[in-house]
Design a protein around this ligand. Structure first.
Ligand code: SAM
Length: 295
């Protein structure tokens, strides 16, 4: 990347990014979510590696861009990677995009990045839309600790086993799912994870965006009737009693304990026990809170 971009300013019109691989996020529905830097870099790319040239061709047309496209997907990656690496070694600016959202998030690219790192080729990520983070934001579920679990296996036995492995994880879980498998997945989640709060986020950033919130058994019953239209993400709350407390929650618990007459140390011990947060961290927070109250 040239000096201007490295310092956070948009590149000068016509300036060419430094050679290397650029991982470029594209919209997950709403075209307004393309970033300025994404357009600048796609404009200057010598080659745009993409999952499906028809999909990315459509995006480029909407952006008024015309750059050479090169297919890079799970079925041709072994053959295509050496070609991309050769271009990169010659000093090309290579963009990698997926059909939608952030490349490498349940999309191809990880081995290409690994190969670039091994070869000393510069890799730059241009952040942007991702369905996982967008769904997490809208779910209304705790977000200070979350695990992105990608797609569950499609076969029920393997899916239940994968869910059993996740059941004790003390974090919000995020799953990608196809609409046709949503009913089966929600039923298995309800059976294995129990009646946890959850959200099904559908058609994010699009005209028919919808977030349905409810306990897993309620959501399983709702989607058993008919598969939803469009793309979906499922977000599931952590196991009961292990919801990671937010900073605000910690502060109000501490303030309550101290207002009830507990010493700083006792309040920290009490809140650490209630929330499962390390006592040292809660004590540091209590100190800061006491200091702020004095100021
Ligand atoms: N790399 C993409 C990203 O950053 O979100 C994800 C690619 S993955 C192959 C496709 C899955 O992402 C879909 O099956 C769906 O679960 C989720 N997804 C993508 N776009 C979505 C949207 N607009 N609304 C809801 N889910 C979406």
């Amino acid at each position: 990347m040239d000096r201007d971009s490295a310092e956070g300013r948009p590149p000068r019109p016509g300036s060419k990014p430094a050679p290397g691989l650029y991982l470029i996020a594209t919209p997950i529905g709403n075209m307004g979510d393309i970033t300025y830097r994404a357009v600048e870099t796609l404009t200057a790319a010598d080659l745009v590696a993409c999952e499906d040239t028809r999909v990315t061709g459509g995006l480029m047309t909407r952006l008024g861009l015309d750059r050479p496209l090169f297919p890079y997907h799970e079925h041709n990656a072994e053959r295509a990677r050496p070609v991309l690496l050769a271009r990169l070694k010659e000093g090309a600016v290579v963009a990698l995009v997926s059909d939608a959202g952030t490349p490498l998030v349940s999309d191809p690219g990880y081995r290409l990045v690994q190969a670039c790192v091994a070869e000393g080729i510069a890799v730059t990520a241009l952040p942007g839309a991702s369905a996982a983070v967008t769904a997490l934001q809208l779910s209304g579920l705790p977000n200070d600790r979350f695990l992105f679990a990608g797609f569950l296996p499609s076969r029920a036995t393997a899916r239940r086993q994968a869910l059993r492995e996740l059941a004790a994880v003390p974090a919000t879980l995020i799953f990608y799912e196809s609409p046709n498998r949503l009913d089966g997945s929600l039923a298995d989640m309800a059976a294995v994870l129990g009646p946890r709060a959850a959200a099904v986020a559908r058609e994010l950033t699009k005209l028919h965006e919808e977030v349905v919130r409810g306990d897993l058994p309620v959501l399983a019953a709702r989607y058993a009737e008919a598969p939803p239209r469009g793309e979906v993400v499922v977000v599931v709350a952590p196991p009961a009693g292990q919801s990671p407390a937010t900073a605000d929650d910690l502060d109000s618990r501490l303030a309550r304990a101290m207002a009830d007459g507990a010493s700083l140390k006792d309040a920290a011990a009490l809140v650490a026990a209630e929330t499962g947060h390390p006592r040292r961290d809660v004590y540091a927070r209590a100190l800061r809170l006491a200091q702020e109250t004095r100021e």
